[in-house]
Design a protein around this ligand. Structure first.
Ligand code: RP5
Length: 169
């Protein structure tokens, strides 16, 4: 599975361990689409496609990728193994698992050994969206137009929160 924005070379890679992760990881892709960030999305399973995982990581910097958002569930080794093979920043998204509700995924991703970091986000949809927003913020440090879009996005959230009402008591 691959998606791109305007046929530009992707700046952000969105990887996931299975097509079953898409329900979660689509929230990262939606954010990148909203901001018009060139990206690609692929299934790369750490345990079932280790050769592709290594190849993707080894080629990431040369292909111009600025960050890799990697989501996986259960024994979620995809983000950590990507980080082991590339210095491109890896943003890890724990996908909710059937039996342990993603706590296993979170622990698998967050407990990296010193020296090989993975920036780890919340379990599930919020984590996927926030990983993409974090990637946008990274790109925005050297892209003024993108920084303006991010500021507008934040302002919309502020306005929405200020407009919130509660039922009468
Ligand atoms: C992980 O195992 C995937 O990231 C997914 O969250 C989980 C289950 O995969 P499937 O059995 O649905 O393919 O590798």
């Amino acid at each position: 599975m691959t998606t791109t924005q305007d046929q530009q070379a992707p700046l952000i890679g969105v990887l996931m361990g299975s097509s079953s992760d898409w329900d979660t990881m689509q929230h990262a892709v939606q954010i990148l689409q909203h901001f018009g960030v060139a990206h690609e999305a692929r299934v790369v399973s750490a345990h079932r496609m280790p050769d592709e995982l290594f190849a993707y990581a080894e080629q990431a910097a040369g292909r111009g990728l600025q960050a890799i958002i990697a989501g996986a569930g259960g024994a979620a080794h995809l983000p950590g193994m990507l980080a082991a093979k590339t210095a491109v920043p890896v943003l890890g998204v724990p996908v909710a698992s059937k039996h342990l509700q993603g706590v296993d995924s979170l622990h698998s991703i967050v407990q990296m050994p010193r020296g090989i970091p993975v920036a780890t986000f919340a379990i599930g949809n919020a984590g996927a969206a926030n990983a993409a927003l974090f990637a946008v913020a990274m790109l925005a440090t050297h892209d003024k137009a993108l920084a303006g879009k991010l500021q507008a996005f934040r302002a919309e959230q502020t306005a929405a929160a200020r407009a919130m009402t509660l039922p009468p008591t």
